[in-house]
Every structure is written in C-alpha cells, then in structure tokens.
Write a protein that binds this ligand. Structure first.
Ligand code: PBG
Length: 327
C-alpha cells in the first residue's frame, strides 16, 4: 500500500466524473403515475394533496396524454365513488360499466401502448370504508372477500387492464386472482402484489381523496405492523409462491430498509409506493419555501431506487419526468 492520503473526492471533482461513476439512475421508465378519477365533470382539488385532483374521464385523458408525451408510460387508477354506490359488499367494484372499467377502455383506445394498472380492494366501494367485507364484531372476512376481489380483478381484465394490483392484504388473494385470471384466459395479465403493505398513517391524504377512511376501527387486522421486518419476508415468500409478477413495498420513504431486505429476498422485480402522505410532506414544505422541491423530490426518488426498487409509484411521476428531461 502506498502511504499516501486517500482522496475519494477525486471521483467527485467534475460533472463528468460524477456522471460517469453514478450508481443509481432515475428515469420516467421506472414510474407508475397514480391518478384519482370521479364520475362528475371537471377536476376537484384534493385539500391535503395540493397539485393533485380528482379527474373526470375527459380530464383523465388529457392528463395521461400529457404525461405520456413527457415519458410516463404507466398509470394506476383510483376511483372516487359516490356514497349512493357504496355497499357493505362493495358490489360496484365488479360493475363492468363502472368508473374504472370505463376509464380503462377510454385510455387503452386512445393510448394502446400505455400500461394501465388497476387497484384491487373494496375500500373505495365499501360503505364501511374497509378493504374487505365486514362481518360480525367488525372483523374483516378473509375468504368471502377474496371471492369478491376475484370478480373485481376479472372485471378490470375484461375492460383491458394490463396489470392487476391487489392492495387489500387478504391472505391468499394473489393465488386466487392469478387462478381466476388464468381460467378466464387472461394469462397475459400481470399481478403486481401489494405484498408488504403497512398499516400506515401516511395514507391519510389518499383517504381524503377517495373519501374512503374506515367508518369504524382501523386496518391493523390486515395491514402490517410498521415495527416488523421478518413478517415482510414471509409475505414475500407467500406472494412469490402464489404467482405474483412484481412485489410491492408500501409506503416507501419510511421503509427503505424493508425495500432493501425484500430486494435481497426475491428475484422478482420490486416496486415501492411513495404514498400520499410522503407527497403531502414534500409538497407542503416546498410550498412554504422551506425545501427546494425539485431537489428533494429527485433525492427522495433516488433513495427509493438505491434501496432496491425497480419501479416507483409516485404522484410526482409527471413532474419528475419533466425535471429529468430538463436535466
Ligand atoms: C386501498 C389503498 C390505499 C392506498 C392505495 N390503495 C389506502 C389504504 O390502504 O387505506 C394508499 C395510497 C396512498 O396513500 O397514496 N386499498
């Protein structure tokens, strides 16, 4: 060994060397853009998510076409369902003329190459605000719910969804949905499983967006305890065995260690969801002039990629694509 001072700064001395040795890259190719839709006209801003709104189908098409032209190639749809259509069994979730199937058909007709991801869970449709059917004593019923989720998934696949994304956290739903899709001939439809989904307070603004907060209790009997790691690895094993194509960790920012552990535990691609509360924090501080929005958002997204995520679901997808294009 030469007895000379070690100077790692040499690899930071110019833009060229920094670019040449950079280990992690962000690109719009990694993004899935979550969008809220409603059956009414126009756009309805969401109080706790400045810059995000519930979109009519016309506004949805405009937004997705603009995002597409900026390099965003995939969206995931969340419906704001009017109270009158919410029922204990979330029946509207499997209505082929419902909001989500209509939106899928519209998008696939105008942008056939767009990858449309759809959420499978009952909460936007449930009069109880839960992801599943509520039984005696307020328990969310697992197996009864899985049957309904299969109907929901089939309805979305029939409308043209490319990727089905169960976010409900019922046991066994990935395998049941995979089987239902295959039996119906949808062998090409992928399953992006919310495998490791924590019972997180960071979902607050999302529930404002859909008016989907639980009407009683919380989601701790099905979503995971944020204190747990081994349980995450167990969920990965199960969803892998049940046929998931991609594994998701959610939220992203407060769970970077989990993304890393999951990355190391599976050969499947890993997705991470930078959720509504993470968006709200970054946006609020930026609007106050306390943080430089462009830099903190790109840093947060880079951190999620560096932790091991291949794909990122982010409300900043379109904005980040624009920033990346501007260099
Ligand atoms: C519902 C669902 C939620 C999110 C995605 N799908 C909320 C919840 O589980 O209560 C949260 C997304 C976000 O906060 O951005 N199944």
């Amino acid at each position: 060994m030469l007895d000379l001072p070690k100077r790692p700064r040499r690899n930071r001395k110019s833009a060229w060397i920094r670019d040449a040795v950079r280990e992690t890259w962000l690109s719009p190719a990694h993004f899935i853009y979550p969008l809220f839709i409603h059956a009414g006209e126009g756009v309805e801003p969401i109080r706790s998510m400045p810059g995000v709104a519930r979109l009519s189908l016309t506004a949805l098409l405009e937004e997705v076409e603009a995002a597409w032209s900026e390099g965003v190639r995939s969206v995931v749809l969340f419906p704001a369902v009017v109270d009158g259509l919410k029922t204990p069994r979330g029946d509207e979730a499997a209505n082929p003329e419902g909001l989500v199937p209509s939106a899928i058909r519209l998008l696939k007709q105008r942008l056939p190459e767009l990858t449309v991801v759809t959420d499978v869970a009952l909460d936007p449709y449930s009069s109880d605000g839960h992801d599943g059917i509520v039984g005696a004593g307020g328990r969310v019923l697992n197996d009864e719910t899985v049957e309904v989720l299969c109907q929901q998934a089939l309805c979305q696949a029939e409308a043209g969804a490319d990727v089905i994304s169960p976010s409900d956290m019922m046991d066994g739903r990935v395998g049941a949905i995979r089987r239902a899709l295959d039996v119906a001939g949808f062998t090409e439809v992928s399953v992006l499983a919310y495998t490791v989904k924590y019972a997180s307070a960071f979902y607050g603004p999302f529930r404002d967006a859909l008016d989907s907060a639980p009407r009683f209790g919380d989601k701790k009997t099905y979503q995971m305890d944020p204190a747990n790691t081994r349980e995450a690895l167990r969920e990965v094993e199960l969803d892998e065995a049940e046929g998931a194509d991609l594994i998701m960790v959610k939220p992203a920012g407060p769970f970077l260690d989990i993304i890393r552990r999951v990355r190391e535990a599976t050969t499947l691609p890993v997705a991470a969801y930078q959720v509504s509360g993470e968006y709200a924090m970054l946006k609020a501080a930026s609007l106050n002039g306390w943080l430089d929005e462009r830099r903190v958002v790109l840093e947060a997204l880079t951190g999620i990629r560096r932790a091991g995520a291949d794909v990122i679901l982010t409300y900043y997808a379109r904005q980040a694509a624009r920033w990346l294009a501007a260099g």
